[in-house]
Design a protein around this ligand. Structure first.
Ligand SMILES: Nc1ncnc2c1ncn2[C@@H]1O[C@H](COP(=O)(O)OP(=O)(O)OP(=O)(O)O)[C@@H](O)[C@H]1O
Ligand SMILES: [Mg+2]
Length: 495
């Protein structure tokens, strides 16, 4: 059969080579059948039926684990045995030449044969899910596949082969998903990064990549990560959240959303600040939705995540250095180059270094309405970070000059936060007004006021306008004919 090894390889204790597959009965080792896995049904998510799990001492209790596919230890054992037999039977290099469907068909045939040779007792449904798992292992991302298929998962975090966490609804949960061993995990990391022409190994143990669906991936391999490779995936959401969704989730009030719409539309230079996973990119994506369709927009990102709907968009992505340490294109290179591309707006996915200087320059040299995100815990801290990024970028400018530059460029800082109940909120919409001596003066237009938490631990609070009736961007709103909308949104929020 195509894909099978022509010369049988050394057979492991439990498996037989291709010859064994072809001549079933006599070659089967100890026929003692493995008891059928009891919980192999695909997508059985019942936590109550799951048998006790072996958990490392430091792990969460089994009851806190999320069951993905309800796999038992027995199931993993049977799968490993059959998988090993399969690997000894097929020739992976030939298999790689087949298209996915043909390869899956081939694997199915062989696995079915192995199951019958080994006399493994399984129901049709159990056999089906085993086949699916093995196809995933050989052709796809193995145990990650069921997680990647779910759209409600925001992040997948793999800490070595036996600890896989997911973030759902803002909460991090331990799952029962695990890899056969660290080698399988490394293999899958390798498979992911090789798709974008990169390699991860001891010599280059850190790697960023992207899945074909756009999900952002980071791998850090041993020896840097001590307990096996650490793999982090920010899942790409097919249906990006829109500002209406943020209003429905209570992330922002309807009036606050209206003000954000005006900010996006009226070409107000905006910085979105927030902690990791607080929803900065999502918010930036929403804000870009208010840009007019006739504007030329250039986006610069480390991994393209933004989904702009306008027709006139140029998307740029940074490039890491190759294995020889050459060919790197930094965010700064991109932002500088943007300025020669006649942009009307420049959108920087994440500002984290000296490109802050170039972005500020762009903002106050006629590219109004430029935007970017950065990691900071408050609007004030965000401005301080911009200053320190510029200082650390080697610009020998006095602090006062940098502050004046910041004030002259950034109009508004929008702060996003992930609260302790897992919900994401826009906590501040803050204007940058000017400098007083050595201090940057800001004024909050909207803040999220927390009132405590309810019986389920959900945070109760309210978005409030601070009573500012005429924000500093009032004239600009008037220029774009939006002052009436702005006034009514601020009035409504003040009530
Ligand atoms: N307001 C919200 N309500 C619910 N979920 C949200 C909200 N905003 C973002 N999310 C979800 O949270 C996850 C993280 O969002 P996002 O990528 O925007 O965060 P980020 O701050 O840019 O993260 P990073 O710091 O890693 O770049 C995504 O899955 C996104 O769909
Ligand atoms: Mg982001």
């Amino acid at each position: 059969m195509f894909g099978r090894r022509t010369a049988p390889v050394e057979a492991p204790a439990t498996a037989k080579s291709s010859a064994a597959v072809k001549k079933p009965a006599p070659a089967a080792p100890k026929p003692a059948p493995k008891p059928a896995p009891k919980k192999a049904k695909a997508e059985t998510k019942s936590a109550t039926q799951a048998p006790p799990r072996v958990v490392k001492p430091a792990a969460q209790k089994p009851s806190e684990q999320v069951e993905i596919g309800g796999r038992s230890d027995e199931y993993f054992h049977t799968k490993t045995t059959i998988f090993n037999a399969l690997i000894d039977t097929i020739d992976l290099s030939q298999l790689a030449q087949l298209d996915t469907e043909a390869a899956a068909e081939e694997i199915r045939d062989i696995v079915n044969e192995i199951i019958s040779i080994k006399n493994v007792q399984m129901s049709i449904a159990e056999q089906e899910s085993l086949l699916q798992d093995i196809c995933n292992d050989v052709l796809g991302y193995g145990p990650l596949e069921p997680l990647l298929a779910r759209d409600d998962i925001a992040d997948i975090m793999v800490n070595g082969s036996s600890r896989v966490f997911i973030e759902v609804g803002g909460k991090i949960q331990l799952t029962n998903v695990r890899f056969r061993d660290n080698a399988q995990l490394m293999n899958i990391c390798q498979r992911i990064v090789s798709q974008v022409g990169r390699r991860v190994d001891e010599a280059s143990p850190i790697c960023d990549a992207r899945l074909p669906d756009g999900s952002r991936v980071n791998v850090i391999a041993p020896p840097l990560s001590i307990d096996g490779a650490a793999l982090t995936i920010r899942k790409f959401k097919k249906d990006k959240l829109r500002i209406e969704d943020l209003v429905n989730f209570g992330s922002i009030s309807p009036e606050g959303a209206k003000v954000l719409e005006i900010i996006g539309h009226c070409r107000i230079n905006t910085l979105i600040s927030g902690g990791t996973g607080s929803g900065k990119t999502t918010l930036l994506n929403c804000l870009t939705g208010f840009i007019e369709h006739d504007e030329r927009i250039i986006t610069c990102e480390d991994a393209a995540e933004l989904q702009l709907q306008q027709p006139h968009v140029v998307r740029l992505e940074t490039r890491p250095p190759n294995l020889e340490g050459q060919g790197e294109v930094t965010m700064r290179d991109l932002v500088k180059n943007c300025l020669r591309m006649r942009p009307e707006r420049i959108i920087v996915g994440e500002v984290r270094g000296p490109e802050a200087f170039d972005l500020l320059q762009a903002m106050n040299t006629g590219h109004d309405g430029s935007m970017g995100t950065l990691h900071a815990n408050s609007p004030r801290e965000a401005l301080q970070r911009v200053e320190s990024m510029i200082t650390m970028g080697g610009y020998n400018l006095p602090s006062k000059t940098i502050k004046e530059m910041i004030v002259g460029s950034i109009d508004v800082v929008v702060q996003a936060a992930r609260l302790r109940d897992g919900s994401r909120r826009i906590t501040h919409v803050t204007e940058v007004l000017g400098t007083e001596g050595d201090t940057i003066i800001t004024q909050d237009l909207f803040v999220y006021d927390m009132d405590g938490e309810d019986v389920d631990g959900k945070i109760i609070g309210k978005h409030k306008s601070t009573g500012i009736a005429r924000p500093a961007f009032w004239d600009r709103a008037r220029y774009y004919g939006k002052e009436a909308e702005l006034a009514s949104a601020l009035d409504a929020a003040a009530e």
